[in-house]
Design a protein around this ligand. Structure first.
Ligand code: PRX
Length: 709
């Protein structure tokens, strides 16, 4: 049987097994009590019929997903709900045609034209709130689509890279692409120019859309400079960017000192004037046409472009927004994520707008200028559904535990996503932020998945702090051990969580790399490569999990070389590749350390080349800079440690597990099989000091954070 993240070198299975057995240790957490949604919430909820699970049971699969697809407006109804003929490249709603921009904008005009579609809050608190009605969104999306088509020459199937901050012009650009069937690839605004350039190359984009500047922690950052770096990087790898479209953060002034390049860079605000009032007919796209790419980290140094579909994706995010987030057209919904991540695509832009909700966007840092900011925004805008990450909850709780009490807002439901949430943080969220009135959903899913996989159904299932919940309707998980044996619910043992069936939101492939797609997500537990039966193709999620007796699933964290930093995925191999660009570095190993706020943070170990003259401090500074340059500040390591040698197996493999144990002040276990065991104690003393082996992080702490290192 292939093993987890089978892209890795052979000989690593033992390490995987170790990880899993460590994960197994972590599962004896205390069972938490249940919390029930209040009657006021249940009374108004979209999904209250417990028979939904019967309707979405295996015997009704895949036709059950018609319920989601029927929430959309189709130009042509589909003929086949699920086509499995090219397993595991599933096709949903085959024969159907629709346009995503039409579904998120045009179809709401008759009833909701004057209702706010997007309400935007600047980070600068004295800047006025911006409200964009569905009517105005319609006009602006059309004009932008005209510009993309007639000024840039873009057509259906072309790719556009968008590197923008959290401003309304970002969803406007995305929806304009969708109107034309142009595939957008949004790169998180906090990623570096180089990271953006690498994604331009992979997606083969000829057009980059960016913005001159934006506010972050009170500073107006120059963002245009990243476009120049991105274009240079792309061109050095053979991908020419013909046009850079620069939105202006302020209409009447420039926010970046970086000059425009004549014949390449254009201000969108200027060019748009030529397209005033132009309407672009939405292109009727096959359900299976790609809608967007979203790059994410995996086990290799190269991020992969997850390709999401038009019909299946939109149906799934619309259905789950309606049932799990309980969004009604009358709701003021605020997801505090960034649109540059999948959460923002699915649950700021596409899901809420398909349901004609009002979607709130915030430009900046949640704790700027103080930890009361989110609650002031909620009060001011009448937000009644709030969606955020455990990291944000921990941070807001630490900096302003009593802030929510100062503001008059009223949440009916709240969501968390991205990492396991420990019960202490959950309880604060529930009692203090939600005042015991809001239903909480802890939603587990991934960039690859399009939408939620596990969560409580907010008006039906009680909440259990620290557990994501049961699978959502139409999702059939299974937990396997390393050898493909099922670990039954209630056994108390951890294993690899897989989803047995395809679902409409699941990505179609890795852009340009079908082989890696099959290898990474299906090879591990597939027993018959030529089978066309979906039952033979469990989707391997790469997370450890425990399924409790009550049907609730607890996610323990990644079982591969991915570190979840503050809910964001970073591949250790990507960080290590960045380290190796520093000329003095001979070897690099990146390990995750447990952090009370951010869940995990990376720590870097470096062995320098013989004869290196630079001091340890100089090398460490260069390594940090290299990581920030190639990925972004989000990946900045907690520490860079220059060590005499890396602990290695006899076959020369770096023992990251040993380094991770040292960084986490844990016992490093048996090292007798290493080729250089003596170096381990040297490194331990360097990191932990000369005293006895520390065990600061005990099993209790590990349990709180889910997975172990
Ligand atoms: O480890 C799981 C964790 O985040 C990973 C997916 O990261 P990404 O693709 O960036 O998507 C994040 C937002 C969808 C998963 O493999 N994760 C996500 N949600 C949860 C979670 N871990 C525990 N509980 C969650 N609710």
């Amino acid at each position: 049987m292939a093993h987890a993240g089978s892209e890795r070198e052979s000989g690593e299975t033992k390490d995987d097994e170790l990880r899993l057995s460590e994960a197994e240790i972590a599962v004896h957490w205390k069972e938490e009590e249940y919390f029930h949604p209040v009657p006021k919430f249940v009374g108004q909820a979209n999904l209250t019929d417990p028979a939904v699970m019967e309707r979405f049971s295996e015997k009704n699969f895949p036709e059950c997903f018609r319920e989601y697809a029927d929430l959309l407006t189709w130009d042509k109804y589909w003929t086949t709900t699920l086509d499995t003929s090219k397993a595991p490249f599933w096709k949903w709603f085959v024969g159907g045609r629709l346009n995503v921009s039409y579904n998120c904008v045009d179809r709401h005009l008759a009833k909701y034209g004057n209702k706010a579609a997007i309400v935007w809050a600047s980070e600068a608190e004295d800047e006025p709130i911006v409200s964009i009605t569905y009517q105005e969104l319609y006009v602006r999306v059309n004009e932008m689509a005209a510009l993309l088509r007639d000024f840039c020459g873009l057509k259906t199937g072309d790719r556009v890279t968008i590197h923008m901050p959290m401003v309304p012009e970002l969803p406007i650009t995305m929806l304009a692409c969708a109107r034309l069937g142009v595939i957008h690839s949004v790169v998180f605004g906090g990623f570096s120019g180089e990271a953006c350039g690498a994604r331009i190359v992979d997606s083969k984009s000829h057009v980059l859309v960016t913005m001159d500047g934006y506010y972050r922690s009170g500073k107006l950052l120059d963002h245009k400079v990243n476009a120049d770096i991105a274009v240079k990087k792309a061109e050095s790898e053979g991908q020419k960017v013909e046009k850079v479209l620069v939105w202006k953060r302020f209409h009447d002034k420039l926010s970046s000192p970086t000059p425009m390049v004549a014949g390449r860079d254009y201000f969108v605000n200027e060019e748009l004037k030529k397209f005033r009032g132009v309407l672009v007919a939405p292109i009727s796209m096959p359900a299976e046409a790609p809608l967007f790419l979203m790059y994410t980290s995996g086990s290799t140094g190269k991020p992969k472009g997850c390709q999401h579909s038009t019909g299946g994706y939109l149906a799934y995010v619309t259905g789950t927004s309606r049932w799990i987030q309980d969004i009604h057209p009358t709701d003021n919904y605020w997801c505090m994520a960034d649109i540059g991540w999948i959460t923002g695509h699915s649950y700021i832009v596409y899901g809420p707008l398909a349901l004609a909700a009002t979607s709130v966007m915030y430009e900046g840092v949640p704790t700027y200028p103080d930890a009361g900011r989110p609650w002031r925004i909620a009060e001011r805008l009448g937000v009644n559904i709030f969606h955020t990450s455990p990291t944000a909850i921990r941070m807001l709780r630490k900096l302003g535990p009593d802030e929510p009490k100062k503001y008059h807002y009223n949440f009916k439901s709240m969501t968390t996503v991205g990492e396991p949430i420990e019960p202490e943080a959950w309880l604060w969220y529930y009692h203090t932020v939600g005042r015991g009135q809001a239903a909480i959903t802890d939603t587990w899913w991934q960039t690859e998945n399009g939408g939620f996989l596990c969560s409580t159904k907010p008006a039906i299932d009680p909440m259990k702090p620290g557990s994501t919940g049961p699978p959502v309707p139409g999702i059939f998980p299974i937990v396997y051990d390393e050898h493909g044996k099922e670990i039954p619910a209630g056994s108390g043992k951890a294993g690899n969580i897989c989803i047995r069936n395809p679902w409409p939101g699941l990505f179609q492939t890795i852009w340009g790399d079908d082989e890696r797609f099959v290898k990474q997500y299906y090879a591990k537990y597939n027993s018959n490569k030529s089978s066309k039966d979906w039952r033979d193709w469990p989707y391997f999620a790469g997370d450890g999990a425990v399924w409790a007796k009550d049907g609730y699933i607890r996610i323990l964290g990644r079982v591969d070389d991915v570190i979840n930093v503050a809910g964001h995925r970073l591949g250790t191999k990507e960080l290590e590749s960045a380290c190796l660009t520093v000329s003095e570095v001979a070897e690099a190993a990146v390990v995750p350390i447990v952090d009370p706020e951010r869940g995990r943070v990376p720590e870097v170990y470096i062995a320098v080349k013989p004869g290196t003259k630079a001091s340890a401090e100089e090398v460490a500074a260069k390594v940090t800079l290299a990581i920030e340059t190639s990925i972004g500040k989000i990946a900045r390591p907690r520490a860079v440690r220059i060590v005499p040698d890396m602990p290695k197996t006899r076959s020369g493999k770096i023992m990251r597990r040993v380094l991770a144990s040292i960084s986490n002040h844990m016992d490093y276990g048996d090292i007798t099989t290493l080729s250089n065991p003596e170096v381990v104690e040297q490194i331990r003393v360097q990191v932990q000091g000369a005293g006895p082996v520390e065990k600061k992080v005990g099993p209790e702490d590990i349990r709180r954070f889910g997975e172990t290192t």
